[in-house]
Design a protein around this ligand. Structure first.
Ligand code: PAF
Length: 281
């Protein structure tokens, strides 16, 4: 597995790499990330072969002033072992100064999708995501890139950005990987206290119930009330948001007559957990 610690090293490796699928990450890898590597590998095999590149870059511009960038978990040696075991061909591990050079003036913003939902709770977050992903696409020039469905708004926003800017990258979605008790895997889970870790699967239970309600037929208001009641039964969690949106463009829905995505954000102590489920009527 090739390790590229600078933009130039990445570009040099890329020249003879042929078809490439990229898995962008911020490290602290878990089986959810490795399933994205597998998704990339499967896609490449279906195309006749190619190489998987994973980027590991804790992107400072997607952290707000009150969010602790320094506390973000970092585990480079373990990440590299996991990626080698998962069959990754190259890893891009740039320095901040390599990605954000002094004097840069350009940012990428997806104005609608980037300012709604989680974009309201975390102003500027999606501008940071869109900018770094554009830069990764330009440096690595992959034919495809894989993003987890768990960050559904991010996935939708990247799809929109790629379409709006005619970026020649196919965006692939990787399904959410869960622990046995339903908790969606996330680097944040390791910051949960033992008590909060026991409480956190309430998100998945609420989503299971919500999905069944949509299938049986209900209204957005009744669905939101039911989800709130289910989440409130676990007093350790503070509900930050419950959103029911069109699964395609995240617009508001007045009725549940088409696929919707249910997006939850619940805080446990200092840790904000998100989860989502697409539900079909
Ligand atoms: O999902 C993430 O880990 C990050 O937002 C991404 C896409 C790697 C951009 O920094």
């Amino acid at each position: 597995m090739q390790i590229c610690r600078s933009t130039q090293a990445m570009r040099d490796w890329r020249q003879d790499a042929g078809r490439v699928a990229l898995v962008p990450t911020m490290g602290a890898l878990h089986p959810g990330h490795l399933s994205l590597v597998t998704r990339a590998r499967d896609w490449l095999e279906a195309q006749g072969g190619g190489r998987v590149v994973t980027s590991i870059f804790v992107n400072p511009t997607q952290f707000g002033a009150s969010e602790d960038l320094d506390k973000y978990p970092r585990s480079e040696a373990q990440d590299l072992d996991l990626l080698a075991g998962a069959g990754c061909d190259a890893v891009f591990l740039p320095q901040v100064a390599d990605i954000y050079r002094p004097g840069a003036q350009t940012q990428v913003e997806v104005t609608g999708l980037g300012r709604m939902l989680m974009g309201r709770l975390r102003p500027g977050h999606f501008r940071g995501v869109a900018t770094v992903v554009t830069k990764l696409f330009n440096i690595i020039q992959p034919q495809a890139a894989v993003f987890g469905e768990k960050d559904y708004q991010q996935l939708t926003l990247i799809r929109q950005m790629v379409a709006d800017l005619d970026i020649p990258v196919q965006v692939l979605a990787g399904p959410t990987v869960r622990d046995a008790d339903g908790l969606a895997l996330s680097s944040r889970n390791q910051r949960l206290s033992p008590e909060d870790r026991v409480a956190a699967p309430v998100l998945a239970r609420a989503l299971d119930r919500a999905q069944a309600m949509v299938a049986q037929g209900t209204t957005p208001a009744a669905l939101r009330r039911a989800i709130r009641t289910l989440l409130a039964a676990e007093p350790r969690g503070q509900i930050r948001s419950i959103d029911i949106r069109d699964a395609g463009d995240l617009s508001r829905v007045a009725t549940l007559d088409r696929p919707v995505v249910i997006l939850l954000a619940v805080r446990f102590g200092e840790v904000l957990l998100i989860d989502q489920r697409v539900a079909h009527p």
